[in-house]
Design a protein around this ligand. Sequence first.
Ligand SMILES: [Fe+2]
Ligand SMILES: [Fe+2]
Length: 367
Amino acid sequence: MVDQSSTSRILIVDDEPDLRSIYKRFLEIEGYPCRTAGDGEEAMDMLAVEDFSLVISDINMPGMSGIDLLRELGDKYSDVAVLMVSAIDDRKVAVDSLQLGAFSYMIKPVSRNELVINVVNGLRRRFLEIAHRRQSEKLEDLVQRRTRKLLEAKQELVVASEETVLRLAKAAEFRDDETAQHTLRMSHYCRIISYGCGFDANRCELIRLASQLHDVGKIGIPDAILLKPGKLTADEFTLMKEHARFGFRILSDSRARLLQVGAVIARAHHEKFDGSGYPDGLVGEDIAIEARIAAIADVFDALTSKRVYKNALPVTAAIDILREGRGHHFDPGLLDIFLADMDAVNRIREQFQDSGDQAGIKSRMPQ
Ligand SMILES: [Fe+2]
Ligand SMILES: [Fe+2]
């Protein structure tokens, strides 16, 4: 334990001048620099401009009582140890002062020994409390910094994986007529339907991101077919349909949930509710819900987008076509959810409009 006497300044607060000077003398003999104040207000004034390690305060004083002073000290100078002095008839108040943070109390008359022992103990406890508090603050700071770093790293990972998905989708767009705006719009339509299904925000966002990969398998289709002007032969179309399986092969076997969902959507986004779709001819709810959602979003955007060989259909006409496919091509429940929120759909259409040269050059992908 370091000798704190030379650095620990003590403030003695008592309305009786004789007692102030007695305490002061006792403590100065022990090497403690002391100052004195005649009441609580004066003590607070001195504390505002001088550093003290310990305050010895009488309880019963005119004006601000020792208890009021103790409260003020607790609020403003929590590093200062407080020792109360009370008359014999204030004993109950003295005991209560311990609840308010006083280190100890002494009953008048106070002997020199009692005073010095209490001061030494008070300063020691103050020293330990400050050290403990500093240690806790250090630890808390360390935990906060580590947590922040972890969150930043996690955030970076999320951004990186989302960007990877976008760039993968872009790679497929380069090879085909579909525009980046198509991918973005259809992904947001997927989010609208997912939200309407009551999925939580994380799942909605997962489906939105994963749906951007629906046509990634087009990377595996030869240019001669992918870029062929005009209608595809039956064989060419058979090969073209393979883009669903190719997409699945590119994305499957990943441990990342995002790519797993992407794989499911890539494989099944051309399945139809009545079983007449491809590549597996799945029926109804055997088709993963993410793919049933993507099918609606993909077709709606294809119908309402301009291509060089066709104009964009008005939304009302596209809705009519979707309705015709209700229960045949599309999951009826999911279609109803989509059609019920056309305000949100229109906001997405406005936000992600095709510019003239962004519109695709052709499309031979039957829906
Ligand atoms: Fe497709
Ligand atoms: Fe598409």
